[in-house]
Design a protein around this ligand. Structure first.
Ligand code: ATP
Ligand code: MG
Length: 288
């Protein structure tokens, strides 16, 4: 994980040859389902010759916390970026609340209540903590940014979440540690009151205490049941602790889907180790 700048999102222009179903093509047989917030059907995405997602079928239940696991490069970030309007899938269907949607941009997705904490964070280092908390949703009065209000609300919100080691919310984000930045990014997403939260490795740069804080926060949100969450992490123990269900992404597909209560650290670890050994054997065979 590095707090590097993000690549630019896919442009609003249609991908040549794209086969993404548009809302006008809603399949009446599918019908609106109230159980799932998100449903992905046969979603594919490639970057030049790299196939990041080949045929993803996934669902996110209402109020559910879904853990998404997979090797480095398995396509996890690409998947959540397709759900937040950052990437446009090449093909497949995305249903939100049972309705087919084509997410045009991150702002479009945000207007529908979908918010993301990127793995590479997307905080603006030169701005203060409180400006980052309100990025793209600044309260404005008489066309002036309400700095004092933002500062007070950001401070209150961080404290209410138990994030107490930031100090002055007027400090530039560039001056914070990686873990502190991560906490701000998660706090910002939670603050947005979204109905879907996509958390791409929110614990990666965290110390034990901050990590526990974020896990508690996810637990609290889960208990309230108002928000549905996809959380990506490499620590299977943490995933099992906070998630209702676990999916594993391998070779651009979801290959494992179980309630967290029906799987175990051993099963998940075995799955990944088997995968690694298989890939290594294949590499050795190819190398002759
Ligand atoms: N913007 C991009 N341009 C070109 N290739 C990309 C881009 N984003 C991702 N990829 C490629 O797509 C594949 C999937 O990447 P992705 O970042 O989704 O993996 P990941 O599962 O999130 O991995 P990690 O656990 O390391 O974060 C990789 O091979 C990666 O190199
Ligand atoms: Mg990633």
């Amino acid at each position: 994980m590095s707090p590097a700048t993000n690549p630019t999102p896919d442009s609003g222009a249609d991908v040549p040859g794209a086969d993404v179903a548009t809302p006008s093509e809603t399949d009446p047989a599918t019908g609106p389902s109230t159980d799932n917030v998100f449903e992905l059907q046969h979603v594919a995405k490639h970057f030049g010759a790299v196939v990041a997602l080949s045929d993803v079928n996934l669902r996110l239940g209402r109020g559910e916390v879904l853990g998404l696991l997979g090797d480095n490069g398995a396509g996890k970030s690409t998947l959540v970026k397709a759900l937040c309007g950052f990437h446009r899938p090449d093909s497949g269907r995305i249903l939100l609340d049972g309705e087919l949607i084509a997410l045009r941009s991150v702002d479009h997705a945000r207007s529908l209540g979908i918010d993301i904490v990127y793995q590479d964070l997307a905080l603006v280092n030169q701005l203060s903590v409180y400006h980052n908390m309100f990025l793209n949703r600044e309260p404005v009065r008489l066309r002036l940014l309400r700095n004092r209000t933002m500062r007070r609300l950001a401070d209150e919100h961080l404290k209410s979440m138990g994030i107490s080691n930031i100090g002055d919310v007027g400090v530039e984000v560039a001056k914070l540690s990686g873990g502190q930045r991560q906490a701000i990014a998660v706090a910002r997403a939670v603050f947005s009151d979204s109905k879907v939260l996509l958390l791409d490795e929110p614990l990666a740069a965290m110390g034990a205490k901050e990590g526990a804080l974020i896990l508690d926060l996810i637990q609290d949100l889960r208990a309230k049941g108002r928000v549905s969450i996809i959380v990506i992490a490499h620590n299977y123990g943490q995933i099992l602790e906070v998630c209702d269900r676990v999916n594993v992404l391998q070779h651009g597909r979801i290959t494992f889907d179980k309630p967290a209560s029906s799987t175990s650290l051993t099963e998940l670890t075995d799955l990944m180790v088997t995968e690694y050994r298989k890939a290594r054997k294949q590499q050795n065979l190819e190398a002759g």
